[in-house]
Structure formats: structure tokens, C-alpha cells
Design a protein around this ligand. Structure first.
Ligand code: 0O2
Length: 267
């Protein structure tokens, strides 16, 4: 196939990856802006390279006509989570969407591959709108913990080095590492509540401080400078107390003061 035709074929997949990245990143910020824990820690995406598509077609005996139907990961997204429990929550979020239709799923978390690979795969149908009209295509979403991702990334690079003939002793080391990853994920799950509490209160504090600083900055425009400096000094004092309740109280008081100035400036 000519290079130009490959470009035309792959272009909608690039659009799908770009759109899906925006949507998943937005899910992260939606959670965080609402002060909620996000089961998605991060997301990356890529369009499969032509070489990698050709290799897979050869491996799976796929003809050019069947390419888009049978190579289902031309558009690929990888979602990483902090904890194993988050994987199911991400799966539920995806199933709940009206713009992503699940074609099928493969649970390599419960059913680990012989290689030691663990990850949850979803093949979805996703529709993009191009200048030629709407196009429904396949996309693969891999969902895994950060620990699983670490293992898969290392193992994947070894596959390139050894061209799928990984020596037995290296394979054994990888299997040992994979079971260490299972133990690590279990240990992290056991302290999940504590970790989530710590992260949530840090995020809450960050959001409150952001509001306070915004308010102070706006006050400089409408209030007497000496008064704003006094408020600022008060903020530093409250901040140093390291007490979320006091910080919240200060923020509310500041909201009332700012509202007063806003009302004055309108009248
Ligand atoms: P790349 O370079 O990541 O794109 P199947 O016929 O079902 O066995 P298929 O269709 O490839 O094979 O599906 P599968 O097994 O679900 O694998 C899809 C993708 O999952 C792979 O894409 C890898 O990204 C990842 N994967 C699957 N097995 C392993 C594994 O043992 N180790 C690692 N590191 N990744 C794995 P590609 O196209 O193979 O590779």
C-alpha cells in the first residue's frame, strides 16, 4: 500500500486517540476538581506504527482487506491506576459511557498470561467524525496498575531484544518478578484507605489554598492595599497551623469579604 494511503487509513485512528486522551484526562480532572479520588492515575495513547501493524498482520495471517476489522489495536490507549481495585472502577466508567461501546474484554488480571503479563483489555467501538463523514472504528484500552505497567514495559523491551525467544532463565526471572508485582499490588491495596485519605486531604488543602490565593489576588484590584496585606499575613498564620478545618474557615470568611467588595463595586 502506498504511504499516502496508509496516512489516510491511520488518520481517523489518530483522531480517535486524540479524542479519547482528552476524554480520559478530563475524567481525571473531573474527579479531582470535585475533591474525589480518581481511579485513573494517568493515560497515554498511540497509533500503532506501520511496521508494527505489518508484523501483526503477518503473525496473525491477516490480509489487507481484513486489516481494520482484525487488527483491533491500531488505536491504543493505556490507563494506569494506583490500585488493583481501581481497574474495575475504570471498567465501569467506560461501560457507562454512551460514546464508547464495548466489543469485548480480556481479563489478564484474573487470568494472567503464561508470560506473567497482567492487564485488563477492552476493545471498544468508537466513532470519529472526519471530512468524509462518521467512521466507527476499533480501539484497544489497556487498564493496569502502575506496578503491572512497570513489569509489562520491561518485558516488552526484552521481547524486542530477543524477538520472542526470551532465554529460559530470563523468562523465569520475569515470572518471579511478576509474582513479586502481585505481592506488591496486594500490599498496596492493604494500605489503600490510608493512602487515599492522605492524597484526598492533600488535594483538598491544595484546592482551598488555590481559592484563597485567587481571592487575595482579586482583592488587590478592589480593596485597600494595606487591608489585603493584612489578610495575606493572616493567611500565612492560618496556613502554618496545618489545620484543614481552620483553613476552610478562613477561606469561607475570605469569600464573604470578597463578596462584599464585589457587591460594592457593582452598586
Ligand atoms: P504492541 O507493540 O504493544 O502493540 P491474541 O491473539 O489475543 O493472543 P492479541 O490480539 O495481540 O493476541 O491480543 P492480546 O494478547 O490481548 O495483546 C494485545 C496487546 O497486549 C499487545 O499488543 C501488547 O501490547 C499487550 N500484551 C499482550 N501480551 C503481552 C505480554 O506477554 N507482554 C507484554 N509486555 N505485553 C503484552 P502487541 O500488538 O502484541 O504489541
Amino acid at each position: 500500500m502506498e504511504i499516502q494511503l496508509w496516512r489516510e487509513l491511520l488518520d481517523p485512528y489518530q483522531l480517535a486517540v486524540d479524542e479519547l486522551l482528552i476524554k480520559f484526562n478530563h475524567m481525571i480532572s473531573e474527579h479531582r476538581n470535585m475533591g474525589l479520588y480518581s481511579p485513573i492515575e494517568s493515560v497515554i495513547g498511540r497509533v500503532k506504527t506501520i511496521v508494527s501493524i505489518l508484523d501483526k498482520m503477518q503473525r496473525k495471517d491477516v490480509s489487507m482487506n481484513e486489516l481494520e476489522e482484525k487488527i483491533e489495536d491500531i488505536a491504543g490507549l493505556r490507563i494506569t491506576c494506583q490500585f488493583v481495585e481501581d481497574i474495575d472502577r475504570v471498567v465501569a466508567l467506560i461501560k457507562n459511557r454512551s460514546d464508547m461501546e464495548v466489543k469485548y474484554e480480556k481479563d489478564y488480571v484474573k487470568n494472567m498470561k503464561d508470560s506473567g503479563y497482567r492487564s485488563y483489555h477492552m476493545i471498544i467501538y468508537y466513532t470519529v467524525n472526519t471530512i468524509k463523514g462518521p467512521k466507527k472504528l476499533n480501539a484497544e484500552i489497556q487498564i493496569r496498575t502502575m506496578a503491572m505497567d512497570f513489569w509489562a514495559t520491561i518485558e516488552h523491551s526484552l521481547q524486542y531484544k530477543y524477538k520472542e525467544k526470551i532465554p529460559a532463565h530470563v523468562q523465569q526471572n520475569l515470572l518471579d518478578a511478576s509474582s513479586a508485582i502481585i505481592d506488591l499490588d496486594k500490599a498496596m491495596s492493604e494500605v489503600r484507605d490510608e493512602i487515599m485519605d492522605a492524597q484526598n486531604s492533600f488535594k483538598k488543602k491544595e484546592n482551598i489554598v488555590k481559592d484563597i490565593l485567587n481571592n487575595i489576588q482579586n482583592l488587590y484590584r478592589v480593596a485597600n492595599e494595606r487591608e489585603v496585606v493584612k489578610i495575606q499575613d493572616e493567611f500565612y498564620k492560618v496556613y502554618m497551623l496545618d489545620d484543614l478545618v481552620q483553613l476552610q474557615h478562613f477561606s469561607k470568611q475570605l469569600d464573604i469579604i470578597s463578596e462584599g467588595y464585589r457587591a460594592q463595586s457593582i452598586s
